[in-house]
Design a protein around this ligand. Structure first.
Ligand SMILES: Nc1ncnc2c1ncn2[C@@H]1O[C@H](COP(=O)(O)OP(=O)(O)OP(=O)(O)O)[C@@H](O)[C@H]1O
Ligand SMILES: O=C(O)C1=C[C@@H](O)[C@@H](O)[C@H](O)C1
Ligand SMILES: [Mg+2]
Length: 165
């Protein structure tokens, strides 16, 4: 089994929001790997970062993505940093991968002060700029479909994707 679509993109791209709407439009289940990781760890992501560190979080993330890619048939949202792992980028080959791209200004206004996002806990704007610049080539590498989300409503993006997939 393979996901109908895998959504990637930086924090604030709308993976969770658009992913849920897209799954509804396609009549399939929605799953978010960030939620899978919280279930496996038994605690919220900020606590995993705080208690065990980012490396441990990334290990849980690689495992959770690998499991979901081979067992789930609906719309799957990855965490914003999942594509940093070479193993995950390789595992995405052959899947329908949607890159939700977002510019710095929309990303900043969407994530606000970064609540619930441990990497953005300090200086969200500068950190987001760094993450967007560092990761853009990696999102582009794995994507089979790219959608620019700046200035667009999640419902509109999900409807476009439902038509394209
Ligand atoms: N196209 C959009 N236009 C305006 N606001 C949006 C859009 N997409 C998402 N949002 C809002 O931005 C915030 C972040 O969206 P969301 O949680 O879906 O992003 P994400 O890509 O899942 O981020 P993360 O990587 O942190 O999980 C939410 O409050 C959501 O309502
Ligand atoms: O961009 C990132 O590295 C992250 C994004 C979130 O989805 C979570 O996976 C976590 O907060 C890390
Ligand atoms: Mg999300």
């Amino acid at each position: 089994m393979s996901p109908r679509a895998v959504l990637v993109g930086p924090p604030g791209a709308g993976k969770t929001t658009v992913g849920g709407l897209l799954a509804e439009a396609l009549g399939v289940e929605f799953r978010d790997v960030d939620t899978d990781i919280e279930t496996i760890a038994g605690k919220p992501i900020p606590e995993i970062f705080f208690d065990e560190g980012e490396d441990h979080f990334r290990k849980l993330e690689r495992e959770a993505v690998a499991t979901a890619l081979s067992t789930f048939g609906g719309v799957l949202a990855l965490g914003g940093g999942a594509i940093l792992a070479e193993q995950t980028r390789a595992a995405l080959a052959g899947h329908t991968v949607v890159y939700l791209s977002v510019g710095l200004s929309d990303a900043v206004s969407r994530v606000g002060l970064g609540a619930g996002r441990p990497l953005l806990a300090m200086n969200p704007r500068a950190t987001l700029k760094y993450l967007l610049d560092q990761r853009r080539p990696l999102y582009e590498e794995v994507a089979t479909v790219t959608v620019e989300t700046d200035g667009r409503e999640p419902e509109d993006i999900a409807a476009e994707l439902a038509g394209r997939l």
